[in-house]
Write a protein that binds this ligand. Structure first.
Ligand SMILES: NC(=O)c1ccc[n+]([C@@H]2O[C@H](COP(=O)([O-])OP(=O)(O)OC[C@H]3O[C@@H](n4cnc5c(N)ncnc54)[C@H](O)[C@@H]3O)[C@@H](O)[C@H]2O)c1
Length: 261
């Protein structure tokens, strides 16, 4: 898909990290960016910063794990912004590091709710109209952990493997009907963002105590990582060239602390 001035992008998880970098990169090309995020204060501040840089934004506080919330997002986009050219399902969280047998059910609910249901909701809300128009591009941000085992975080790995299967299937479905809507799957390695602070957005009802083995399974804090802006640049390039899969920083993965693996 050619990225052009005046197009509309919806970016979930747009207040921080990869989503914020992507919003800025798209905005600099003249795209109107609907910034959706659950963290209201950070979202409004981020949108203001981008507005100050001359970027056209429309922040909408959205919890991607909630269908009514994503429906509301879609209503705002339809009423106030216009047809969506680019849908970026990027919002994601990671919970505590611990072996599967110690992972709390509440943690499964939260991580699958955001990382998987969030993508499902985004597609359900926006894709039918994109298919009807026969134009646009979907970008689903999974993870390198969506194609490899992730000992210590099977919860995250399961959520991202599901996004990979969903995205690959969707691309084939669109191909079968001869649709021009493109699909790009993003499989980043370690990126310097706020993802390790994901608990800041955990709903009260899904709080969990840190599992006792957590520390032995967490990637070491000194692990190398790449810059979110570099990932955003790779995503734009992939969209422009309709690449099916990209793996920015695929060779950059955390080394587990304490020899837990
Ligand atoms: N940082 C990495 O190393 C890395 C590696 C591979 C994949 N990813 C993926 O990249 C994506 C972006 O994460 P990031 O690294 O930029 O982290 P980040 O924490 O910096 O940004 C994630 C954003 O998602 C938002 N968010 C969380 N829950 C939400 C919800 N329920 N509804 C809407 N928004 C919500 C957060 O408020 C935050 O602004 C995620 O899907 C993540 O799994 C990150």
């Amino acid at each position: 898909m050619n990225i052009e001035e005046g197009q509309v992008a919806v970016v979930t998880g747009a207040a921080s990290g990869i989503g914020l970098a992507l919003s800025r990169a798209l905005g600099r090309l003249g795209v109107i960016v609907v910034m959706a995020d659950v963290e209201a204060g950070t979202l409004i501040a981020a949108a203001k910063t981008l507005d100050g840089e001359g970027i056209r934004t429309r922040p909408v506080v959205t919890d991607v794990s909630s269908w009514p919330s994503v429906q509301h997002l879609a209503e705002v986009v339809t009423m106030e912004v216009g047809p969506v050219d680019l849908l970026c399902n990027n919002a994601g969280v990671v919970g505590p590091w611990a072996p599967t047998w110690e992972q709390d059910l509440a943690n499964w609910r939260w991580v699958l709710g955001v990382n998987l249901d969030g993508v499902v909701h985004g597609l359900r809300a926006f894709l039918p109209r994109m298919v009807a128009r026969g134009a646009g591009q979907v970008v689903n941000v999974a993870s390198r952990g969506g194609v490899t085992p992730l000992p210590g975080n099977a919860v995250y790995a399961a959520s991202k493997h599901a996004v990979v299967g969903l995205t690959e299937s969707l691309r084939e479905e669109l191909g079968r009907i001869g649709s021009a809507v493109g699909v790009t799957l993003v499989l980043p390695g370690l990126v310097a963002t706020n993802i390790s602070e994901s608990d800041r957005n955990r709903p009260k009802g899904l709080r969990v105590a840190a599992p006792p083995a957590s520390d032995g399974w967490r990637p070491s804090r000194g692990s190398p990582s790449i810059d979110a802006n570099a990932v955003a640049r790779s995503i734009l390039e992939a969209v422009q060239n309709d690449l099916p899969v990209i793996a920015p920083a695929a060779d950059v993965m955390g080394t587990p602390a304490g020899g837990a693996r």
